[in-house]
Design a protein around this ligand. Structure first.
Ligand SMILES: [Zn+2]
Length: 224
């Protein structure tokens, strides 16, 4: 039956084409259903929405989604901290409790308590400052020297394929603690933020904070 139906349809392709040309909307069923012009408008809207969706696909950042439920608690302010955690770290020596593993003259390096990836480090001034323009030239250069030192350390210890370096100035720019500016230094590996490793039954290695802290503390103690 199926074969016959197909055969019948294929014998009259010319007739169908002619019919479409003549009657226009008739074949689409729009006249019958009473949609007419308003229906056409809706169709046009659908088409433009589709184009927009296709346009959005050119942004690769929209495809990088990492599911981190523990971080969501932090974002939703379920974990409240007393005072500025960075100032607390600045006022004490390097310790696992504050996750600060190194201090330079004006700056310090701290592990992110809610990392996006293993070895996610924050580099920041010791003083409570949310405005990069308020830093003295010496403080600014000390901060940037430490960013570079941390990159060197992470490359040596973790051998990532690349790193993300970023500074979010102000809450609207995404700063979690806008009053105390901090650079993010995040090691990256191929495929670390997509779901292909899960499908391929291989895992993204997420190192626990104690191990990361110990590795970085040792590195900075041993360096000349
Ligand atoms: Zn602070």
């Amino acid at each position: 039956m199926i074969e016959k139906t197909r055969a019948r349809k294929s014998t009259k392709p010319g007739a169908k084409k002619k019919g479409l040309k003549k009657s226009g909307l008739k074949k689409s069923g729009l006249k019958k259903s009473g949609l007419k012009k308003s229906g056409l408008k809706k169709l046009a809207l659908k088409k433009s929405a589709l184009n927009l969706a296709i346009g959005k696909e050119i942004w690769p950042s929209e495809h990088d989604v990492l599911f981190r439920p523990d971080r969501l608690k932090y974002v939703r302010k379920l974990i409240r901290t007393e005072g500025c955690v960075f100032c607390t770290a600045a006022n004490s020596g390097p310790s696992l409790e504050t996750l600060c593993f190194f201090k330079s003259k004006h700056s310090m390096a701290v592990l992110n308590k809610y990392p996006y990836n293993s070895g996610h480090v924050l580099v920041l001034p010791q003083g409570h400052c949310g405005d990069i323009l308020s830093l003295s030239s010496e403080q600014f250069h000390d901060l940037n020297d430490l960013v570079r030192e941390v990159v060197k350390a992470l490359q040596s210890l973790y051998e990532p394929g690349g790193l993300n370096l970023g500074l979010n100035l102000g809450a609207v720019a995404g700063a979690g603690i806008p009053g105390h500016l901090h650079y993010h230094v995040i090691p990256r590996w191929t495929g670390d933020l997509n779901f292909l490793p899960l499908i391929a039954e291989s895992k993204v290695v997420v190192e626990n904070l104690e191990v990361s802290f110990d590795r970085l503390l040792r590195y900075f103690k041993a360096r000349k």
